[in-house]
Design a protein around this ligand. Structure first.
Ligand SMILES: NC(=O)c1ccc[n+]([C@@H]2O[C@H](COP(=O)([O-])OP(=O)(O)OC[C@H]3O[C@@H](n4cnc5c(N)ncnc54)[C@H](OP(=O)(O)O)[C@@H]3O)[C@@H](O)[C@H]2O)c1
Length: 291
């Protein structure tokens, strides 16, 4: 029996991916795999000794590392902690995977780029992170590439899903409390649904793909136009949105103004393309509203 280990299994993406890996209904699920999901209660990837011994005794064939310090503002305030989880943590997991001869999948981010390109970023484009989160995720990518030959790095962006705090849940909550919202209108990207991303991850694994891939829902928007769509598709009335600049919003972490990821490599390699973000958003809102 082959064994898949998902680390960060209780996170927003992890819960969807684990559900899909364990569901016999999903056609894309690799067959005949035993699936093990661990999160911070079972493994703390900052700790080298215990991380290596736990993974080495499980002896998985495939390790999917989703564990991360994902609070982008928090990373600015706690640099060392962000580096410990996102970079050193990935290194510890990779060292153990190497001993087991396991393939490693690592989820990374559009924030490895500086946003100056103004056309969709290719996997071969040079990273130049603007914030600590992006820098530590890039360090994680590099450690993985150094330690393991059979790796799959999947860069994605602007995630939302049923199991975590995210932009969609934040806008819906704010719309219950306020009549006017202010949302940043000078960052461009592609909102991505964790269910669609989970399918892309499984498809890449099934194709035994290696190297770096970008995966995101199609079409682009700003956070402001994304916010407008969330209210419109949820039929929220009487709430208006004021577009503002990132500078006026005044967050500590600088974000790229344009971080659209080209997904052509994913399409070429697997024949799969993720649907437009607005279609995915409608389905997601339908499910959380009416179930
Ligand atoms: N969210 C996005 O928009 C986005 C965009 C691009 C890429 N990504 C990447 O996609 C992956 C999944 O993101 P997500 O949004 O699902 O993240 P998430 O909800 O924050 O899940 C990450 C999980 O990892 C756990 N974790 C944190 N530190 C750990 C440690 N030291 N050892 C073991 N587990 C630890 C977290 O536990 P606690 O909750 O207790 O901390 C959480 O359950 C991450 O690698 C992230 O960098 C996310």
């Amino acid at each position: 029996m082959k064994r898949v280990l998902v680390i960060g299994a209780m996170g927003m993406l992890g819960r969807d991916l684990l559900g899909m890996l364990r569901s016999s209904k999903e056609v894309d699920t690799p067959k005949g795999f035993e699936v093990v999901g661990w999160d911070i209660d079972e493994i703390d990837i900052r700790q080298e000794g215990s991380t290596r011994s736990k993974i080495e005794s499980l002896h998985p064939n495939l390790v999917i590392n989703l564990a991360a310090y994902t609070d982008v503002e928090g990373c600015e305030a706690n640099r060392e902690e962000a580096f410990q989880v996102n970079a050193e943590g990935m290194k510890h997991v990779a060292m153990a995977a190497k001993v087991c001869g396991a393939k490693v999948v690592y989820l990374s981010t559009d924030y490895v780029f500086d946003g100056k390109k103004n056309e969709p970023y290719l996997e071969s484009d040079s990273p130049n992170p603007l914030n600590v989160y992006g820098q530590t995720k890039l360090n994680g990518e590099q450690y993985l590439q150094e330690k393991v030959e059979d790796y799959l790095i999947i860069r994605t962006q602007w995630l939302y899903g049923r199991y975590g705090r995210n932009f969609v849940s934040s806008i819906l909550r704010q719309a219950k409390e306020k009549q006017t919202l202010t949302i940043v209108d000078d960052q461009i990207g592609s909102p991505t649904y964790t269910v669609d991303l989970s399918r892309a991850i499984l498809t890449l694994i099934q194709h035994n793909s290696r190297g770096i891939f970008h995966a995101a829902n199609q079409d682009v928007c700003t956070w402001y136009t994304f916010g407008q769509a969330i209210l419109k598709f949820s039929r929220v009335e009487g709430v208006s949105i004021i577009p503002i600049t990132s500078k006026a919003f005044g967050r500590s972490a600088v974000r790229p103004s344009y971080s659209v990821l080209s997904t052509r490599k994913l399409e070429r390699e697997t024949g799969m393309s993720l649907r437009p973000w607005s279609e995915a958003l409608k389905e997601y809102l339908g499910e959380i509203n009416f179930k």
